[in-house]
Every structure is written in structure tokens, then in C-alpha cells.
Design a protein around this ligand. Sequence first.
Ligand SMILES: Cc1cc2nc3c(=O)[nH]c(=O)nc-3n(C[C@H](O)[C@H](O)[C@H](O)COP(=O)(O)OP(=O)(O)OC[C@H]3O[C@@H](n4cnc5c(N)ncnc54)[C@H](O)[C@@H]3O)c2cc1C
Length: 405
Amino acid sequence: MDSSEYDVAIIGGGILGLSTAMQLSRRMPDKKVAVLEKETQLATHQTGHNSGVIHSGIYYRPGSWKSRFCVDGVQKLVQFCEENEIEYERCGKAIVATDPSELGRLQDLYDRGVANGVTGLEMIGPERLQEIEPHTFAVKALWSPQTGIVDYVKVASAYANRFQEAGGDVFTSAPVQAIHQSSGLTTVQTPGGDVRARHIINCAGLYADKIAEMAGEDTGVRILPFRGEYFTLRPESRHLVKGLIYPVPDPRFPFLGVHYTRNVYGQVEAGPNAVMALAREGYTKRDIKLGETLGAITYPGFWKMSMKHWKTGIGEMHRSYSKKVFVRDLQRLIPEIRSEDLVAGGSGVRAQAVARNGALLDDFNILTGRNAIHVLNAPSPGATSSLAIGEHIVEQAVQAFGFQD
Ligand SMILES: Cc1cc2nc3c(=O)[nH]c(=O)nc-3n(C[C@H](O)[C@H](O)[C@H](O)COP(=O)(O)OP(=O)(O)OC[C@H]3O[C@@H](n4cnc5c(N)ncnc54)[C@H](O)[C@@H]3O)c2cc1C
């Protein structure tokens, strides 16, 4: 580990840490910046376990960070992919109302999308949907032609390459274990040695609250891990899905409901659900970390959240253990899908910040602390928004750290 002093140490080599690093090194070429990542490779957690969707900005409350970062981020991301020859595709997405009771919420989504400035949105009937997604059933659908797909690990590694070309240092296998601050200098401890930096930017995803705690911050939130499990369509059943098919989401819950996504490699995934994981990086039901589970269940926000959402929680658990229930939900979107079409797929774990009063933070949450910036909540569409969020963090750093352009 290089023991010299950095202007900024960024903790976390996921898509947000790397976007921030790349843009900081571009805007402030004289600053010495390092990225510290605990794994042997970059982008292995949320960035490497997501649906790969380039969201267009439909779902989010106008004026929220989500709507602003997503709508801005999608333009920047597409341009970055073009410039860096990263494969992406604007395959379009259909959000389908399968029951007349969902039509009001579908119309609300259309209105939100239009208010957010998403272009090309169309309300379509079953005939038009048949042309786009011939196997999907709907009373009505919202068609978003701008929604696309990309491999976010490729995007993140291109950010890392650009950052390193600009002189930045990336340290993998560097888990941050402690942070000490004294007289304007922060010492970040890793097993390979200490890194000294004037400022830190915490992009540690599933451990962002822990890193903030190490830096002496009382954030008022706890990250609770929500695993999303996927099934994969067998190659011979992939023809059932042309692009992206989503249900109308439940507005009380920050997740989008199980859906079908085709990825840039032609595979089709169905999911993800949302179940509490028993470890922050608990990718399977067998992954249990007692300390982390205890940390979650002794948090008052966990119980308040559970009281509020117990019905949904039990439903999600049931679906997680029963393929039959999972398939039944998927059949609402494609009636002819059968259990035999699906094989168990991968999973991802969402870092969901929960407040002490049990509220699931819906929007991005980025906090300025002592010589530090902490990204405390970066749910979907965090990957789509990565360039807009990175730009925002750099601006926040310029202001808070007193950097001169
Ligand atoms: C199931 C799922 C589906 C999603 N689908 C989409 C989608 O289709 N489109 C979209 O736009 N967004 C999607 N998202 C959201 C998106 O993936 C995230 O918003 C984004 O990846 C967040 O990036 P990040 O860099 O904050 O986190 P991460 O990618 O998790 O990176 C955090 C990094 O910090 C490192 N770290 C943690 N602790 C330490 C430590 N102590 N020391 C050093 N390093 C540490 C971790 O190893 C990790 O590499 C999805 C997320 C999930 C989980």
C-alpha cells in the first residue's frame, strides 16, 4: 500500500465510487485520489449483481434526487458508452397493467414520466403491446422506448480505467477496518497498511453506515440488506421476452415488483423479489452472519419497518421459498410461462437505508460530514444515475472540502 498522503480517499470500488473517482480526477487533475476496495476485484457487489437496466426516469417523484439524477444520468451514461465502445441497447420497456384496478397507478406513472421529461412515453392497448411483446397480457401498458440495457461491470471498469489513466490509484483487497481523524488528516486503516487522506468519500454500499460510524458520524440510518433472487429463462423459452416487461409497482414499497429483463448477452432473467438477507452480502439463504443479523434485529427501525410491512414481508418470504408462487406472479405478465421454463438464477443484495422510525429511505441520501462525504442510500436507479451522482458528489466535495477549480 502506498503510504503517501492523498487529498481524497474514496472507500468502495463500486460504480459510484469509481464514477466519483473518475470525475474528481478530471475536474481536479492536481488532486491525489485513491480508491480503496475490500474485494480482490472491483464492482463485485450491487454493481455486479443488478438487472442491468438503463432506467429512463419514469417512476420517481418529480423534483426528487432520483428523478434528477436518473434523467440526467441516462444521457451521460449513453454518451459514455458510445465514447468508450461499451455495448448497450435501447430495447424499450413495457409496464403492464394486468387488472383494471391498476389503471389509475399506470396513468400516474405516465404523468410522472412526462413531468420528469422522459421522452417517447406512450400509453398503449393490448393490440399494440402484442406487436412489441407478443406473449404478454395486459389491459393497458405504458411503453418506454428509451429504456435500455447494459453490463454495469463493464461501465464501472471503464470508469476505473479512465481514473487510473488520469493518475489515480486503485487498491483492491483493501478492506477499511478503522478510521481516525486528527488535525485535518484522516487515517484509514486496512490490513495492508494505513492510508492517510485529507478527505474521505464513503461509497461503501452495503457497509456505508458502518464506514460512516467509523468516521464518527451519527447518520440516523441503518443499512438493511434486501436480497433479490432471480430465475433464468431456459434458452428455448427466451423467445417469450423481447425486451423488458414490468408490472405496475406497489407505490408503498421501494422495489419494482418481479419482472422480466433481457440482458445484453441475450439471456432473460425473471425477478428480483425482495427478502431480508441474514448477512449484508447474503446472496443465498444459507449465508448467515450472526453479528450482522443481530445488528439488524436490535435496531429499532427494523421492528418499526416490520410492523408496517409485515404482510408484504411474509408474501415475499413465501414467494422466495415457493417456485410455484414465483411462477404464478410471473404468469400475470406472461400467462404461458411454466415452471419448466425457469431455472434458479443469481441474486443481488440491495443496500436499503432504514431510518430509526422504520421508514425505508426512498431517495438517494448523500451526507456531508467532517472532512467527509457519505453516500448512505443509493438504490436503483443508482447504476443508471452513476455519472450524474458522481458529478454531484464532486461538486459537493468542491464546496465542502474547499477545493479550488
Ligand atoms: C438486485 C438489484 C437490482 C438492481 N437493478 C438496477 C438496475 O437495473 N438499474 C440501475 O440503475 N440500478 C439497479 N440497481 C441499483 C444499483 O446496482 C446500485 O444503485 C449501484 O450499484 C450502487 O453502487 P455503489 O457503488 O454504491 O455500491 P456497490 O456496487 O455495492 O459498491 C460498494 C463497494 O464498496 C465496497 N466496500 C464495502 N465495505 C468496504 C470496506 N470496509 N472497505 C473497502 N471497500 C468496501 C464493496 O466491496 C463494494 O465493491 C440494482 C441493485 C440491486 C441490488
